[in-house]
Write a protein that binds this ligand. Sequence first.
Ligand code: AMP
Ligand code: ZN
Ligand code: FE
Ligand code: FE
Length: 300
Amino acid sequence: MTSSEGTPEGGRRAGGGYDLHVHSTCSDGTCAPAAVVALAAQAGLEGLALTDHDTTEGWDEAAAACALAGLEFVPGIELSAEDCGASVHLLGYWVDRGHPGLLAECRRLRTERDRRARVILARLEALGVGVDEERVREIGGSAPLGRPHIAAAMVEAGAAADLDDAFDRFLADGAPAWEPKHALGGTEAVRLLRDAGGVAVLAHPGCTRMPDGLFDRMVAAGLAGVECGHPGHDPEIAAAWELETRRRELVPTAASDFHGTQKPVKIGARTTTAATLARLRARRQRPAACRTSNREDSSW
Ligand code: AMP
Ligand code: ZN
Ligand code: FE
Ligand code: FE
Protein backbone atom coordinates (compact mmCIF):
# COMPACT_ATOMS: atom_id res chain seq x y z
CA MET A 1 0.00 0.00 0.00
CA THR A 2 1.18 3.51 -0.72
CA SER A 3 -0.12 6.93 0.24
CA SER A 4 -2.49 6.52 -2.70
CA GLU A 5 -4.33 3.70 -0.90
CA GLY A 6 -7.99 4.06 -1.58
CA THR A 7 -7.65 6.00 -4.77
CA PRO A 8 -7.86 4.64 -8.30
CA GLU A 9 -4.09 5.31 -8.59
CA GLY A 10 -3.67 2.74 -5.81
CA GLY A 11 -4.07 0.03 -8.42
CA ARG A 12 -7.48 -1.31 -7.40
CA ARG A 13 -10.68 -0.93 -9.31
CA ALA A 14 -12.12 2.56 -8.85
CA GLY A 15 -14.76 2.68 -6.14
CA GLY A 16 -13.85 -0.60 -4.38
CA GLY A 17 -12.40 -1.07 -0.92
CA TYR A 18 -13.67 -0.30 2.57
CA ASP A 19 -14.57 3.08 4.02
CA LEU A 20 -13.63 2.70 7.69
CA HIS A 21 -14.86 6.04 9.09
CA VAL A 22 -18.46 7.01 8.46
CA HIS A 23 -21.04 8.94 10.53
CA SER A 24 -24.84 8.70 10.54
CA THR A 25 -27.75 10.51 12.22
CA CYS A 26 -26.90 8.39 15.29
CA SER A 27 -24.22 11.05 15.88
CA ASP A 28 -23.59 14.15 13.76
CA GLY A 29 -24.06 12.77 10.25
CA THR A 30 -27.11 13.79 8.23
CA CYS A 31 -28.00 10.39 6.69
CA ALA A 32 -29.63 7.53 8.61
CA PRO A 33 -27.50 4.35 8.84
CA ALA A 34 -29.45 2.56 6.06
CA ALA A 35 -29.12 5.62 3.79
CA VAL A 36 -25.36 5.69 4.44
CA VAL A 37 -25.16 2.03 3.38
CA ALA A 38 -27.17 2.79 0.22
CA LEU A 39 -24.64 5.49 -0.71
CA ALA A 40 -21.77 3.09 -0.01
CA ALA A 41 -23.36 0.51 -2.31
CA GLN A 42 -23.86 3.15 -5.03
CA ALA A 43 -20.18 4.09 -4.68
CA GLY A 44 -19.24 0.45 -5.32
CA LEU A 45 -17.61 -0.11 -1.91
CA GLU A 46 -16.95 -3.63 -0.62
CA GLY A 47 -17.84 -2.64 2.91
CA LEU A 48 -17.93 0.09 5.51
CA ALA A 49 -17.48 0.75 9.20
CA LEU A 50 -20.11 2.85 10.92
CA THR A 51 -18.11 4.94 13.40
CA ASP A 52 -20.52 7.32 15.10
CA HIS A 53 -19.20 9.55 17.86
CA ASP A 54 -19.43 7.82 21.24
CA THR A 55 -22.30 5.48 20.31
CA THR A 56 -22.94 2.11 18.67
CA GLU A 57 -26.65 2.88 18.26
CA GLY A 58 -26.65 2.58 14.45
CA TRP A 59 -25.05 -0.86 14.16
CA ASP A 60 -28.19 -2.99 13.75
CA GLU A 61 -29.72 -0.79 11.06
CA ALA A 62 -26.42 -0.52 9.17
CA ALA A 63 -25.65 -4.25 9.49
CA ALA A 64 -29.09 -5.21 8.18
CA ALA A 65 -28.77 -2.79 5.25
CA CYS A 66 -25.25 -4.12 4.50
CA ALA A 67 -26.54 -7.71 4.50
CA LEU A 68 -29.22 -6.76 1.97
CA ALA A 69 -26.80 -4.80 -0.22
CA GLY A 70 -24.06 -7.47 -0.12
CA LEU A 71 -21.60 -5.21 1.70
CA GLU A 72 -19.38 -6.22 4.61
CA PHE A 73 -20.30 -4.41 7.83
CA VAL A 74 -17.47 -3.51 10.20
CA PRO A 75 -18.82 -2.44 13.61
CA GLY A 76 -17.07 0.70 14.81
CA ILE A 77 -17.14 3.72 17.09
CA GLU A 78 -15.25 7.03 17.18
CA LEU A 79 -14.44 7.52 20.83
CA SER A 80 -13.64 11.03 22.04
CA ALA A 81 -10.50 11.38 24.15
CA GLU A 82 -8.70 14.38 25.60
CA ASP A 83 -4.99 14.65 26.22
CA CYS A 84 -3.12 17.65 27.63
CA GLY A 85 -6.07 19.82 26.57
CA ALA A 86 -6.09 18.44 23.01
CA SER A 87 -9.10 16.67 21.56
CA VAL A 88 -8.05 13.24 20.25
CA HIS A 89 -10.32 10.82 18.40
CA LEU A 90 -9.88 7.05 18.43
CA LEU A 91 -11.62 4.67 16.08
CA GLY A 92 -12.51 1.36 17.71
CA TYR A 93 -13.40 -1.59 15.48
CA TRP A 94 -15.10 -4.87 16.46
CA VAL A 95 -15.61 -3.70 20.04
CA ASP A 96 -18.13 -5.53 22.19
CA ARG A 97 -20.97 -3.01 22.43
CA GLY A 98 -22.12 -4.62 25.67
CA HIS A 99 -18.76 -4.15 27.41
CA PRO A 100 -19.63 -2.48 30.75
CA GLY A 101 -16.67 -0.08 30.68
CA LEU A 102 -17.37 1.07 27.14
CA LEU A 103 -21.08 1.46 27.86
CA ALA A 104 -20.30 3.52 30.95
CA GLU A 105 -17.89 5.78 29.04
CA CYS A 106 -20.43 6.34 26.25
CA ARG A 107 -23.06 7.24 28.85
CA ARG A 108 -20.65 9.59 30.59
CA LEU A 109 -19.71 11.27 27.29
CA ARG A 110 -23.39 11.77 26.45
CA THR A 111 -23.90 13.62 29.74
CA GLU A 112 -20.70 15.58 29.20
CA ARG A 113 -21.80 16.53 25.68
CA ASP A 114 -25.08 17.84 27.15
CA ARG A 115 -23.20 19.95 29.67
CA ARG A 116 -20.87 21.30 27.00
CA ALA A 117 -23.74 22.13 24.64
CA ARG A 118 -25.39 24.21 27.38
CA VAL A 119 -22.14 26.13 27.99
CA ILE A 120 -21.65 26.74 24.26
CA LEU A 121 -25.26 27.94 23.89
CA ALA A 122 -24.81 30.35 26.81
CA ARG A 123 -21.63 31.71 25.19
CA LEU A 124 -23.43 32.17 21.85
CA GLU A 125 -26.22 34.02 23.66
CA ALA A 126 -23.67 36.35 25.28
CA LEU A 127 -22.08 36.91 21.86
CA GLY A 128 -25.45 37.99 20.46
CA VAL A 129 -25.97 34.92 18.24
CA GLY A 130 -28.11 32.82 20.54
CA VAL A 131 -29.98 29.82 19.17
CA ASP A 132 -32.83 27.91 20.74
CA GLU A 133 -31.71 24.91 22.84
CA GLU A 134 -34.90 23.03 22.02
CA ARG A 135 -34.20 23.40 18.30
CA VAL A 136 -30.64 22.10 18.77
CA ARG A 137 -32.05 19.07 20.61
CA GLU A 138 -34.58 18.50 17.83
CA ILE A 139 -31.81 18.54 15.23
CA GLY A 140 -29.70 16.17 17.35
CA GLY A 141 -32.57 13.74 17.84
CA SER A 142 -31.39 10.83 19.99
CA ALA A 143 -27.71 11.41 19.11
CA PRO A 144 -25.08 12.51 21.63
CA LEU A 145 -25.07 16.30 21.06
CA GLY A 146 -22.21 17.61 18.95
CA ARG A 147 -21.09 20.97 17.68
CA PRO A 148 -22.43 20.25 14.15
CA HIS A 149 -25.97 20.14 15.63
CA ILE A 150 -25.43 23.59 17.12
CA ALA A 151 -23.88 24.82 13.86
CA ALA A 152 -26.91 23.57 11.91
CA ALA A 153 -29.27 25.49 14.24
CA MET A 154 -27.13 28.61 13.77
CA VAL A 155 -27.32 28.33 9.98
CA GLU A 156 -31.07 27.78 10.17
CA ALA A 157 -31.46 30.88 12.37
CA GLY A 158 -29.33 32.97 10.02
CA ALA A 159 -26.58 33.40 12.63
CA ALA A 160 -24.00 31.78 10.32
CA ALA A 161 -23.73 31.44 6.54
CA ASP A 162 -22.91 27.73 6.63
CA LEU A 163 -21.42 25.07 8.91
CA ASP A 164 -17.83 26.11 8.21
CA ASP A 165 -18.68 29.75 8.98
CA ALA A 166 -20.28 28.69 12.30
CA PHE A 167 -17.15 26.71 13.21
CA ASP A 168 -14.67 29.33 11.99
CA ARG A 169 -16.23 32.24 13.86
CA PHE A 170 -17.69 30.54 16.96
CA LEU A 171 -17.37 26.78 17.48
CA ALA A 172 -13.93 25.54 16.37
CA ASP A 173 -11.40 24.58 19.06
CA GLY A 174 -10.26 27.84 20.67
CA ALA A 175 -13.03 29.94 19.03
CA PRO A 176 -15.12 32.31 21.23
CA ALA A 177 -18.01 29.92 22.02
CA TRP A 178 -15.89 26.74 22.24
CA GLU A 179 -15.91 24.63 25.35
CA PRO A 180 -13.81 21.45 25.63
CA LYS A 181 -15.43 18.17 26.55
CA HIS A 182 -13.80 16.18 29.29
CA ALA A 183 -12.91 12.67 28.22
CA LEU A 184 -10.50 9.82 28.87
CA GLY A 185 -6.82 10.41 28.11
CA GLY A 186 -5.44 8.97 24.87
CA THR A 187 -3.83 5.91 26.45
CA GLU A 188 -6.88 5.17 28.63
CA ALA A 189 -9.11 5.33 25.54
CA VAL A 190 -6.82 2.90 23.65
CA ARG A 191 -6.91 0.50 26.62
CA LEU A 192 -10.69 0.73 26.92
CA LEU A 193 -11.21 -0.12 23.23
CA ARG A 194 -8.82 -3.07 23.60
CA ASP A 195 -10.47 -4.23 26.81
CA ALA A 196 -13.77 -4.15 24.93
CA GLY A 197 -12.30 -6.68 22.50
CA GLY A 198 -11.62 -4.22 19.69
CA VAL A 199 -8.69 -2.63 17.91
CA ALA A 200 -7.86 1.06 18.33
CA VAL A 201 -6.89 3.28 15.39
CA LEU A 202 -5.82 6.89 15.80
CA ALA A 203 -8.24 9.03 13.72
CA HIS A 204 -7.06 11.90 11.48
CA PRO A 205 -3.81 12.65 13.41
CA GLY A 206 -2.95 15.41 10.93
CA CYS A 207 -6.10 17.32 11.91
CA THR A 208 -5.42 17.04 15.63
CA ARG A 209 -2.99 18.90 17.85
CA MET A 210 -0.91 15.92 19.01
CA PRO A 211 0.63 16.58 22.43
CA ASP A 212 4.35 15.66 22.73
CA GLY A 213 4.84 11.98 23.47
CA LEU A 214 1.16 11.07 23.09
CA PHE A 215 1.68 8.94 19.99
CA ASP A 216 4.42 6.91 21.73
CA ARG A 217 2.24 6.45 24.80
CA MET A 218 -0.69 5.26 22.70
CA VAL A 219 1.56 2.85 20.78
CA ALA A 220 2.80 1.45 24.10
CA ALA A 221 -0.84 1.09 25.22
CA GLY A 222 -1.58 -1.13 22.21
CA LEU A 223 -2.66 1.19 19.39
CA ALA A 224 -3.19 -1.01 16.30
CA GLY A 225 -3.31 1.49 13.45
CA VAL A 226 -3.33 5.07 12.23
CA GLU A 227 -5.80 6.69 9.83
CA CYS A 228 -3.15 8.09 7.48
CA GLY A 229 -5.53 8.70 4.59
CA HIS A 230 -8.19 11.30 5.48
CA PRO A 231 -9.70 14.19 3.47
CA GLY A 232 -8.18 16.64 5.97
CA HIS A 233 -4.65 15.32 5.28
CA ASP A 234 -2.75 16.71 2.32
CA PRO A 235 -0.49 14.19 0.54
CA GLU A 236 2.63 15.25 2.50
CA ILE A 237 0.89 14.81 5.86
CA ALA A 238 -0.51 11.43 4.78
CA ALA A 239 2.95 10.27 3.64
CA ALA A 240 4.61 11.46 6.87
CA TRP A 241 2.07 9.55 8.99
CA GLU A 242 2.45 6.46 6.82
CA LEU A 243 6.18 6.52 7.48
CA GLU A 244 5.62 6.86 11.26
CA THR A 245 2.99 4.12 11.16
CA ARG A 246 5.18 1.64 9.28
CA ARG A 247 8.15 2.45 11.52
CA ARG A 248 6.05 1.34 14.53
CA GLU A 249 4.74 -1.67 12.61
CA LEU A 250 1.17 -0.43 12.94
CA VAL A 251 -1.53 -0.68 10.26
CA PRO A 252 -2.12 2.43 8.07
CA THR A 253 -5.78 2.94 7.12
CA ALA A 254 -7.64 5.42 4.93
CA ALA A 255 -11.25 6.61 5.21
CA SER A 256 -13.57 9.47 4.26
CA ASP A 257 -14.99 10.56 7.67
CA PHE A 258 -18.26 10.97 5.75
CA HIS A 259 -20.81 13.12 7.61
CA GLY A 260 -23.62 13.30 5.06
CA THR A 261 -24.57 15.09 1.94
CA GLN A 262 -24.30 18.62 3.40
CA LYS A 263 -20.50 18.36 3.33
CA PRO A 264 -18.48 18.10 0.12
CA VAL A 265 -16.65 14.88 1.11
CA LYS A 266 -18.27 11.81 -0.46
CA ILE A 267 -18.47 8.34 1.04
CA GLY A 268 -15.55 6.29 -0.26
CA ALA A 269 -13.40 9.40 -0.86
CA ARG A 270 -10.61 7.42 0.87
CA THR A 271 -10.71 3.66 1.29
CA THR A 272 -8.73 0.81 2.82
CA THR A 273 -8.01 -2.44 0.96
CA ALA A 274 -9.37 -5.81 2.07
CA ALA A 275 -5.78 -6.94 2.74
CA THR A 276 -5.11 -4.00 5.08
CA LEU A 277 -8.44 -4.55 6.82
CA ALA A 278 -7.43 -8.20 7.39
CA ARG A 279 -4.15 -7.04 8.98
CA LEU A 280 -6.10 -4.74 11.26
CA ARG A 281 -8.51 -7.49 12.23
CA ALA A 282 -5.57 -9.77 13.06
CA ARG A 283 -4.55 -7.26 15.78
CA ARG A 284 -7.73 -8.01 17.65
CA GLN A 285 -7.14 -9.67 20.99
CA ARG A 286 -9.36 -12.65 21.58
CA PRO A 287 -9.66 -13.03 25.34
CA ALA A 288 -10.25 -16.55 26.61
CA ALA A 289 -13.09 -15.41 28.87
CA CYS A 290 -16.53 -15.26 27.29
CA ARG A 291 -17.55 -11.72 26.48
CA THR A 292 -21.03 -10.35 26.98
CA SER A 293 -21.69 -9.85 23.27
CA ASN A 294 -24.77 -11.47 21.84
CA ARG A 295 -24.51 -14.12 19.13
CA GLU A 296 -25.37 -11.64 16.40
CA ASP A 297 -22.32 -9.52 17.22
CA SER A 298 -19.95 -12.47 17.07
CA SER A 299 -20.59 -12.84 13.34
CA TRP A 300 -19.08 -9.37 12.76
P1 AMP B 1 -17.76 17.51 18.69
O1 AMP B 1 -17.95 16.01 18.60
O2 AMP B 1 -18.94 18.20 19.24
O3 AMP B 1 -16.47 17.90 19.32
O4 AMP B 1 -17.66 17.99 17.17
C1 AMP B 1 -16.70 17.41 16.33
C2 AMP B 1 -17.26 17.32 14.93
O5 AMP B 1 -17.45 18.64 14.44
C3 AMP B 1 -16.32 16.67 13.94
O6 AMP B 1 -16.49 15.28 13.89
C4 AMP B 1 -16.73 17.31 12.64
O7 AMP B 1 -17.89 16.66 12.17
C5 AMP B 1 -17.15 18.69 13.04
N1 AMP B 1 -16.12 19.73 12.87
C6 AMP B 1 -15.02 19.92 13.63
N2 AMP B 1 -14.33 21.00 13.21
C7 AMP B 1 -15.01 21.50 12.16
C8 AMP B 1 -14.82 22.61 11.30
N3 AMP B 1 -13.76 23.45 11.47
N4 AMP B 1 -15.71 22.83 10.31
C9 AMP B 1 -16.76 22.01 10.16
N5 AMP B 1 -17.02 20.94 10.95
C10 AMP B 1 -16.15 20.68 11.93
ZN1 ZN C 1 -18.41 14.29 13.52
FE1 FE D 1 -13.03 12.84 14.39
FE1 FE E 1 -15.36 11.34 12.44
